[in-house]
Ligand binder design. Structure first.
Ligand SMILES: *[C@@H]1O[C@H](CO)[C@@H](O)[C@H](O)[C@H]1NC(C)=O
Ligand SMILES: *[C@@H]1O[C@H](CO)[C@@H](O)[C@H](O)[C@H]1NC(C)=O
Ligand SMILES: *[C@@H]1O[C@H](CO)[C@@H](O)[C@H](O)[C@H]1NC(C)=O
Ligand SMILES: *[C@@H]1O[C@H](CO)[C@@H](O)[C@H](O)[C@H]1NC(C)=O
Length: 419
């Protein structure tokens, strides 16, 4: 065979395998559930809150949110953990859920892939400070089981959220999850309550990073046989003229009609966070990094980039440091059609972000989808001396271009271009 024929045959085989695989995939996941995502659509709020982003990210990347949380399980019931409740307006994707029986008390939960606990405001807290929120009232539930272990979350701003652990029935879409332990938040700085649009958080990270060692909602859903496979997938919608549709969160399944071609699977490089090794990233044939570490975080709006790479990106986009406003870079909308593509090589496959994917347009104000953790003055290291600037965070800008599957059994992430 000539090499071109060989190539054609190889491609055909890949295509057949892929089609067969998709069919098998969709049949294999008999028990799965689809949840609709909602999102923040108030552009004023989103724009004005970018400056909170770096605060939050620092928290997430700090070792206290993982290592300390894990090591504290056996030491003390009160583990100080850090989470992302602080920032609400640029963490845009929510699901509706419910707590308790016989009446399920409805709440809106922020979807977060970089934490692994379930948190909800208590009804007492809501009555005191958070009037426009929903809260959970254990006295109105017949399935409430007291636990009472203290739970605490601290933010970089020194804001502290405290609460207790409780156990009750948790309803997510059609799924009724029994004996789910969660943090009932009963103290929160007033301003946090005002700023947030959600009543709690559902962490879809894996159990290794669960604070107090609480069994994660995903693990309970799987153990109680509500889904067949230890996977979930995310399809986020970013079409501004389709504001009510935030996309879907699929628990226990995937949906081959939402992506093109095959899923490319890559192993998780740091268990807990959905962190992987990215082959390389290129902008207009200039390499930004190779074998870089990236965390998939649907709780982050932008793509967070190490400083050296951000400098190159901004130069290619014609952005100056003075264009930085509240942690994001403003760019002239007229430049957008001439901007280069950015190519991510993941699992030996290229995923391309076009300017329309990585430039956000808020009614005529264009914002680059790339930013950094800090303003790039001086190196940022965490307590372990790990250089935080080496980590990329794939936020919603990245999720806008790809369909993502998370396998918490095999510890793999699968991605494919969205339809
Ligand atoms: C959007 O957010 C801004 C700033 O928080 C607020 O002033 C405005 O009323 C909001 N608009 C809507 C339609 O909710
Ligand atoms: C939930 O907890 C109760 C009381 O501890 C127990 O009887 C029941 O079997 C548990 N149900 C599940 C599904 O784990
Ligand atoms: C965005 O949503 C609108 C309204 O549903 C639809 O007409 C339009 O085709 C969508 N645009 C894209 C690029 O999908
Ligand atoms: C940005 O949005 C404005 C108004 O919504 C629109 O007129 C303009 O064409 C958009 N520009 C780009 C580059 O998408």
């Amino acid at each position: 065979m000539q090499s071109s024929q060989k190539l054609a045959l190889a491609l055909t085989l890949v295509l057949i395998w892929c089609l067969a695989h998709s069919l098998v995939e969709s049949r294999r996941w008999r028990k799965s559930v689809q949840l609709n995502l909602h999102r923040e659509t108030n552009h004023t709020k989103i724009l004005s809150s970018f400056h909170n982003q770096k605060l939050r990210l620092k928290e997430k990347l700090s070792p206290t949110s993982t290592d300390v949380a894990i090591s504290s399980i056996s030491v003390s019931q009160t583990s100080v953990a850090k989470d992302n409740l602080f920032n609400s307006h640029n963490t845009e994707y929510y699901v509706t859920a419910g707590f308790g029986t016989p009446k399920s008390q409805p709440v809106t939960l922020l979807v977060d892939t970089a934490s692994a606990n379930l948190l909800v405001y208590s009804s007492d807290l809501v009555k005191q400070f958070c009037l426009h929120h929903n809260g959970y009232s254990s006295s109105e539930s017949q399935t409430y089981q007291a636990n009472g272990s203290p739970f605490q979350i601290q933010f970089a701003s020194q804001d502290v959220l405290t609460g207790i652990l409780s156990t009750d029935t948790f309803t997510l879409g059609d799924l009724v999850i029994k004996n789910q332990t969660f943090a009932e938040i009963n103290s929160v700085p007033r301003v946090l309550c005002k700023r947030s649009n959600f009543d709690g958080v559902i962490g879809l990270g894996s159990s290794e990073i669960a604070v107090n060692g609480v069994k994660t909602p995903l693990d309970n859903i799987l153990e109680q046989g509500l889904i067949d496979e230890p996977i979930f997938s995310l399809y986020v919608n970013r079409n501004a003229s389709d504001a009510s549709n935030g996309g879907v969160l699929l628990l226990g399944g995937s949906d081959p009609t939402l992506y093109r071609g095959c899923l490319t699977y890559v192993p998780v490089s740091k268990v807990g966070f959905w962190q992987i090794t990215v082959g390389q990233v290129e902008i207009g044939s200039k390499k930004l990094c190779s074998n870089c570490q990236a965390i998939f975080d649907v709780g982050t709006s932008l793509i967070i980039v190490p400083c050296p790479a951000l400098k190159i990106i901004n130069k290619k986009l014609g952005i100056k440091e003075t264009d930085r406003k509240d942690g994001a870079y403003i760019i002239d909308c007229n430049k957008v059609p001439r901007l280069p593509k950015i190519v991510f090589n993941i699992g030996w496959k290229d995923f391309t972000l076009n300017p329309s994917d990585y430039i956000l347009n808020y009614s005529g104000t264009c914002v680059s989808g790339f930013s950094s953790l800090s303003d790039c003055n001086g190196a940022q290291t965490n307590d372990d001396g790990e250089d935080l600037n080496n980590i990329w965070v794939f936020g919603d800008v990245f999720f806008g271009a790809v369909f993502t599957l998370f396998d918490f059994g095999l510890k793999l992430v699968g991605i494919a271009p969205k339809v």
